[in-house]
Design a protein around this ligand. Structure first.
Ligand SMILES: [Zn+2]
Length: 508
């Protein structure tokens, strides 16, 4: 007897359809698995046989052959347990294979027959829909995730026994898919923090707003306790809300990483702040089976590196390519996996090892010490930072003042207007934000009036700026002009952009 069921394997954030075929025949009893299974999949044998037996089904001693096709793709993950079990039961005639013809199945089995959650249910649900299948069987804990995709019936299975009863029952009750637009509008304002809580720091807050508006990468430099991480944490509260498309892409990443948790979707822009001891692999993604790293978990949100100078040089180096290409490509035994990684890089660092340079009352680092300290993040990563801002300890009078600081809502409103301007400007150009302009776009869209041009030329000479620094200033000035609703970049916009140069760093 023979039975075929469908399941799926995950590659990057995409799912591929896999057929599980079971054949039961006479001959010496045994269990054979072919079709390039990884060691994880091979272990399914023990789990599947014990789970079936502990569900109260006595399998007759037969020769069982399992084939996973297409045979040339390496299969990994524990989600194959359940489809293998059902294929065996189908081939033994214990369940009717016709009941599983239009069904995709995914789930890991415990020895007692319980069905455990697996990663990557969301991309699998999308695949099942694309393949025109009618039903999806997933572990109960993954039910919400699977039910996101409209047009397909989803069943959350608790254990093998219940599932078998359900498959035999002709009156199947499907879970309806979630109302996606509703999910997004409901969650929009649910941030626990707000920029209104940051007192003083008006200059740094303004710089943060400029950076977010133009999607510029940002560096805070300042002594300990000057509110660097406090501000960074609040960046997602002023970013524009996720679009449905962004939300789906981000949710696929979190689904594959097994991090979706309770909610069926990622409805907020992520904020990831890995510790400086993180390894390159955990940052970029990629173990034996490639999984999304921190840079992909920060997709469409913020990757915050606090104490940036403490990160290992080689760890920071892994950021280089993704910052350029907005994706991470991992190659393992000739298979390429691609994870999206389009994040806003925000770094924070002390101005020197002790943290108080240039305050000579507190800092006794030599100029050479300071230079060495900054040297750690110099080069390609620093080149990608458009906005650099010094933070200071909050003044006592600001701390006690009753004045109302600008709230996240107010900042976000201005940012969204500035981003609308950019999207109108770049429609058809293939970019979204000012920070993504190349030399051609800079020439076309960063027109200066005469006064502004004279100022920038003078700064170029005086500060001994590089061509890259010159272009960065233009891009940031473009964003500042957009924030004030101006078509042409004016003198004051250039003046403000010049203050965000990483002058402090360049000088060393
Ligand atoms: Zn110092």
């Amino acid at each position: 007897m023979f039975c075929r069921v469908f399941c799926a394997d995950i590659l990057g954030i995409e799912a591929r359809r896999i057929c599980v075929e079971a054949d039961v025949s006479g001959g010496l009893p045994g269990f054979y698995m072919v079709g390039l299974p990884s060691s994880e999949v091979k272990e399914a044998k023990e789990r599947v046989l014990r789970a079936i037996s502990n569900t109260g089904i006595d399998l007759p001693p037969r020769k069982i052959t399992i084939n996973l096709s297409p045979a040339n793709l390496r299969k990994s993950g524990s989600g194959f347990d359940l489809p293998i079990a059902l294929a065996i039961l189908g081939a033994m005639g214990i369940l009717n294979p016709a009941h599983l013809r239009d069904t995709m199945i995914l789930g890991e089995l415990s020895l007692d027959g319980k069905i455990n959650p697996v990663r990557g249910v969301l991309p699998v649900a999308f695949l099942a829909k694309e393949e025109g299948l009618k039903e999806l069987i997933v572990p109960e804990q993954n039910l919400k995730e699977g039910a996101v995709v409209p047009g397909i019936g989803v069943y959350g299975a608790k254990d093998l026994k219940n599932l078998l009863q359900r498959i035999a029952d002709p009156q199947k009750d499907y879970v309806k898919s979630a109302d996606l637009d509703h999910v997004l509008t409901e969650e929009k304002d649910a941030y626990p923090v707000d920029f209104g809580e940051v007192k003083g720091q008006e200059v740094a807050k303004r710089a943060t707003m400029v950076a977010v508006a133009g999607f510029h990468h940002l560096l805070y430099v300042g002594p300990p306790g000057s509110g660097k991480s406090m501000m960074a944490q609040r960046i997602p509260t002023i970013q524009n809300p996720l679009t449905l498309e962004e939300c789906m892409e981000l949710s696929r990443i979190y689904s594959v990483a097994g991090l979706l948790g309770e909610g069926p979707l990622m409805t907020h822009r992520p904020f990831r702040a890995p510790h400086h001891t993180i390894t390159s692999a955990a940052l970029a993604g990629g173990y034996l089976i490639p999984r999304p790293g921190e840079i992909s978990l920060a997709h469409k949100g913020v990757l915050f590196l606090d104490e940036a100078a403490e990160f290992k040089q080689e760890t920071l180096e892994t950021l280089r390519t993704p910052l350029e290409t907005k994706q991470m490509v991992i190659t393992r035994s000739s298979v390429q996996t691609v994870f999206p990684a389009d994040f806003m890089l925000v770094m924070a660092m002390n101005p020197c090892k002790c943290g108080y340079y240039p305050d000579r009352n507190l800092c006794c680092c030599t100029e050479a010490d300071v230079r060495r300290y900054f040297g750690k993040i110099k080069g390609p990563i620093l080149d990608r930072i458009d906005v650099c801002i010094g933070t200071k300890k909050v003044d006592i009078k600001d701390l006690k003042s009753d004045g109302r600081p600008m709230t996240s809502e107010e900042m976000r409103r201005q940012i969204i207007l500035a981003q609308k301007k950019q999207q109108e400007r770049f429609s058809g150009v293939g970019i979204l934000f000012n920070s993504q302009m190349g030399p051609k776009e800079i020439k076309q869209y960063c027109q200066l009036d005469r006064e502004a041009e004279a100022l920038l030329d003078k700064a170029y000479q005086t500060y001994n700026m590089t061509a890259r620094g010159y272009n960065k200033t233009l891009k940031v000035a473009r964003t500042i002009a957009d924030l004030s609703g101006m078509e042409k970049i004016q003198k004051e916009h250039i003046m403000e952009a010049l203050t965000y140069r990483n002058a402090f760093v360049e000088r060393l």
